[in-house]
Design a binder for this molecule. Structure first.
Ligand SMILES: Cc1cc2nc3c(=O)[nH]c(=O)nc-3n(C[C@H](O)[C@H](O)[C@H](O)COP(=O)(O)O)c2cc1C
Length: 362
């Protein structure tokens, strides 16, 4: 842990923009090389160890645990530490911390690294009032100097790369992602992820990828874009055009982890990969539930996994009747019989259902 708080950054706001160019090779976060520039977002309530394993199997370049409060990490609260359980086979994997005290964030970062995180990320985008009211998440990002101090303290405390995930700014009148990214680069940050919305927008409206590209032109470290990633061809175009070094898949992967494989494949080969057929999607859900059962045990897994089953069967013929059964799933046998009924029913006339979230906790 650092013994003193480092000085504030030099004024970097006037640094010139660089021309965008295609990254010459694989995406690297400090010394960590990624097999794909398609990353999976941290998502509260979603990106647990089984989800991360499946996302890695789908070819994600980096998977991430959901945000964890640095103070709870330092106090070693069991529920928080459980979020930071890293499987050595599922790598590289990032931990994400939320907080604003440099010393606490540094100590928490060291704990994450000890627990096996390959990268430690700082949450600078969480919009929820219980976080922003404490000066963390998107509220911390408003103060470039305070954020610089947090990141510098973390960089000094750990041997693994430190990264940051931010929004464009607090609102349209206070876009500061380019300036903030330059300051964090100066603090030793190895990559920034930019969610192309403001805090005020939360999860509404379209993400602004032109603003994300402006951040890319402002810094030399890798810049990864987040927001509305659902189209593999668009992912490839953005990466090849040098608008970003990679993308983060978030809501687009809910109920459809195959999107990660499609995007990774298309970026690597230029060839589109077809959507999964109905039976294959049911099989993927089955695999997800098996991983949940291995990790949590049958009882808890079937509670955690209900949302995935509900998303999977929502597009089936007769879905309303099947959905009612999801709430009473209690055993693996219940799950088998429900997925069997879904397979027998086949896809409904409206095709596959994609879950639509208008909000997220992070
Ligand atoms: C359910 C949910 C939980 C989220 N949790 C986090 C989180 O823990 N940390 C974080 O930085 N972002 C979090 N986010 C934001 C996503 O990482 C992503 O930046 C955002 O959803 C925009 O991408 P999208 O439009 O493709 O969904 C969350 C989003 C959702 C939908």
């Amino acid at each position: 842990m650092p013994t003193s708080i480092p000085p504030p950054p030099p004024c970097l706001a006037a640094a010139p923009e660089r021309p965008a160019r295609r990254a010459p090779g694989p995406l690297r976060i400090g010394g960590v090389e990624l097999a794909s520039p398609v990353l999976v977002a941290p998502m509260v309530g979603i990106t647990d160890a089984p989800f991360r394993r499946l996302a890695r199997e789908m070819g994600a370049g980096l998977v991430s645990a959901e945000m964890a409060a640095a103070e709870a990490v330092v106090r070693r609260i069991p529920r928080t530490l459980e979020l930071l359980t890293f499987d050595p086979e599922v790598t590289p994997a990032a931990a994400q911390l939320v907080g604003n005290d440099p010393a606490v964030m540094a100590e928490a970062a060291a704990i994450c690294a000890e627990r096996g995180a390959s990268v430690v990320d700082v949450n600078l985008g969480c919009p929820v009032p219980r976080v922003t009211a404490r000066g963390s998440g998107a509220a911390l990002a408003r103060d470039v100097t305070a954020t610089w101090r947090v990141v510098r303290a973390m960089v000094d405390a750990v041997g693994v790369p430190v990264t940051a995930k931010m929004r464009l700014g607090w609102d349209n009148a206070s876009i500061n992602a380019p300036e903030l990214s330059r300051a964090l680069q100066d603090a030793g940050c190895a990559m920034v992820t930019v969610h192309g919305r403001t805090r005020v927008q939360r999860y509404l409206g379209r993400a602004d990828w032109a603003e994300i590209a402006r951040v890319k032109r402002a810094v030399g470290i890798p810049v990864v874009g987040s927001g509305d990633v659902t189209d593999p061809s668009e992912v490839r175009r953005r990466v090849l055009a040098g608008e970003v070094d990679g993308v983060v898949v978030a809501r687009g992967a809910l109920g459809n982890l195959w999107l990660i494989r499609q995007a990774s494949h298309e970026v690597a080969t230029g060839e589109p990969l077809p959507d999964l057929g109905f039976a294959e999607r049911i099989a993927l859900t089955r695999r997800h539930l098996d991983l949940l059962i291995d990790h949590y045990g049958e009882r808890r897994a079937l509670i955690v996994g209900r949302k995935y089953v509900a998303w999977a069967i929502r597009g089936c013929g007769g879905a309303a009747r099947l959905r009612a059964m999801v709430q009473s799933l209690a055993t693996r046998a219940d799950l088998d019989s429900l997925l069997g009924l879904a397979l027998a029913a086949g896809p409904g006339p409206q095709g596959w259902y994609a879950p639509v979230f208008t909000s997220g906790d992070g």
